[in-house]
Write a protein that binds this ligand. Structure first.
Ligand SMILES: Cc1cc2nc3c(=O)[nH]c(=O)nc-3n(C[C@H](O)[C@H](O)[C@H](O)COP(=O)(O)OP(=O)(O)OC[C@H]3O[C@@H](n4cnc5c(N)ncnc54)[C@H](O)[C@@H]3O)c2cc1C
Length: 497
């Protein structure tokens, strides 16, 4: 079979392009070398946001596009995306009040907004929003952005793509590709050969490596890797709101309620010169994030409060900026199609927030090389599970499956939305869901993840399809690993869908 589109990389950008293209009637094959979202797309701050700070960098195009995406994505995936209120304390000696007001005015008005609240100035004294902060913070501002379960959004893109006809392969690394007879002939690590009319290089931090080592096409643009790390601590304050904290170095750090019992703190901007791969937080970054949070919070946060950390590499388009914090966060394409030959489109940068729009732009650029196909459709499309609101799913589960209990209903409604019933349908008692692996993970849910969401290893389940890694004991996690690694018919043939 000759595919219209071969996509390299199962992060947010690759999966968003696969979804869009499949929905337009194109034949699509996506290859991901490891697990979906195993690269940067599970290591973000998990915000669908315009990026208040990018206004200072005059990134108006990006901020406008990102702001407009917030409400659209909120409607399309109400299970994994929800509004999040931010509190921005005013810090004497840093950005003056007029500047914050101006920035938030632009933020409020750069794109249309229906559901998300606009910004307000608030007194932090005698206000629950100011309670965890030191006494020196008298006033602040509030505004709204959205939270997103980043790795689940990637998987929901892949699932939608699959249901529209795409083939998604995990554990499938592209090693070489060359043009032959006006098409791309690609070879995967296991020797599989694939033919495609057009190739999309959405390899994120590996984008330049794929250009140079696999495609052997001229590299006109380059990636700039900037590491960003997060700490997860015990819950540091009550309330569903997040803080956006201004650091004396001009950067900002977020503190966000996380997974009910925790607080997420991040991030950093550290230039990264090594080869792309798994990265971790450094001592210096840990110190930096603790210093930042302790500058604001009344009760000191120490290393003993840290329960987990993660880090990722931003695959930014190298615009030549001197400082890692000011490299453009906007995306850029490099289209290689000499003399109208089969095109290779390489993608640099991009946000979780803007992946849907990035996909539309990518398909616009590739359209002349592809067979006739449908128009853009994703602005109206709903993600799998987003067919009902979170509240509707919770109410249905409460009435039909009360044996699950409030905590599990909440988790399943958030993770799967209306799709939860696919593996709950037959159950009339908790025992009907099979073995309990801990944290509320049952055999029925696990089988659903293996059969429908490309989960192959325990880490896929613990850290990307869910964050159960934070809620299951070491022993429970070991037992899950043993179960998933055991040879069985259940585990055969995983990875293709
Ligand atoms: C610290 C941090 C915080 C962030 N916060 C936010 C935020 O709050 N909101 C937001 O919108 N954005 C945020 N971002 C940006 C966003 O996370 C990234 O821009 C986005 O995830 C990049 O997605 P991608 O698909 O390009 O790359 P990736 O997610 O890395 O995907 C690329 C994939 O390609 C695969 N691959 C590579 N080579 C091959 C090959 N040869 N064959 C097959 N597969 C291959 C990799 O395994 C990988 O899975 C943040 C980024 C960082 C680092």
């Amino acid at each position: 079979m000759i595919f219209d589109l071969l996509i390299v990389g199962g992060g947010i950008n690759g999966c968003a392009i696969a979804r869009d293209a499949a929905g337009r009637g194109l034949s699509v094959r996506l290859v991901e070398q490891q697990d979906l979202a195993s690269g940067t797309s599970s290591a973000s701050t998990k915000l669908i946001h315009g990026g208040l700070r990018y206004l200072e960098l005059y990134e108006f195009r990006l901020v406008h596009e990102a702001l407009a995406e917030r409400e659209l994505l909120l409607a399309a995936a109400p299970h994994i995306i929800w509004p999040l209120k931010f509190v921005l304390p005013h810090e004497k000696g840093l950005r003056p009040v007029w500047m914050l007001r101006l920035g938030l005015f632009l933020y409020d008005h750069l794109a249309r907004r229906k559901r998300l609240e606009g910004s307000h100035m608030v007194s932090l004294k005698g206000n629950a929003l100011g309670a965890p902060l030191r006494d020196s913070y008298n006033v602040g501002f509030t505004y709204a952005d959205c939270w997103v379960e980043d790795s689940r959004l990637v998987v929901m893109n892949a699932l939608d793509a699959k249901e529209r006809g795409a083939t998604i392969s995990v554990g499938a690394r592209l090693t070489q590709a060359r043009r032959e007879n006006g098409r791309w002939l690609a070879t995967l690590e296991d020797g599989t050969q694939l033919e495609a009319r057009a190739l999309v290089n959405a390899a994120g931090p590996w984008v330049s490596q794929v250009i140079e080592d696999a495609l052997h096409v001229p590299a006109r643009k380059h990636v700039r890797l900037v590491k960003g790390s997060h700490l997860v601590t015990r819950k540091l304050y009550d309330g569903p709101h997040a803080y956006i904290l201004q650091n004396p170095d001009g950067r900002i750090v977020f503190a966000i309620p996380y997974e009910q019992d925790f607080t997420l703190i991040g991030t950093t901007d550290v230039p990264y010169a090594g080869a792309p791969g798994v990265v971790g937080i450094s001592e210096v970054e840990t110190e930096y994030l603790l210093d930042s949070i302790n500058h604001f919070l009344r009760t000191p946060v120490t290393r003993d409060d840290i329960v987990w950390s993660y880090a990722g590499l931003r695959p930014l388009y190298d615009d030549g900026a001197l400082n890692a914090s000011v490299v453009t966060r906007d995306y850029a394409f490099d289209l290689d199609a000499p003399d109208g030959l089969a095109p290779a489109l390489s993608i640099f940068g991009g946000k979780i927030t803007t992946a849907r729009r990035l996909a539309e732009h990518a398909l616009d650029d590739l359209a002349p090389f592809l067979p006739p196909h449908g128009a853009s459709w994703t602005a109206e499309g709903v993600f799998p599970g987003g067919e009902a609101s979170f509240e509707e799913v919770v109410a249905k589960l409460e009435s039909e499956k009360p044996f699950l209990g409030p905590a599990l209903i909440h988790r399943l409604a958030r993770a799967y939305g209306a799709r939860a019933e696919r593996f709950l349908k037959q159950a009339h008692a908790i025992e009907d869901l099979g073995r309990d692996f801990g944290g509320g993970l049952t055999e029925a849910e696990l089988s659903y993840l293996i059969e429908n969401e490309w989960a192959r290893k325990a880490d896929d389940v613990l850290w990307r399809r869910s964050k159960l890694g934070l809620h299951m004991s070491a022993e429970e996690q070991r037992a899950l690993r043993d179960y998933m690694d055991a040879p069985s018919p259940r585990n055969a043939g995983r990875g293709l869908g």
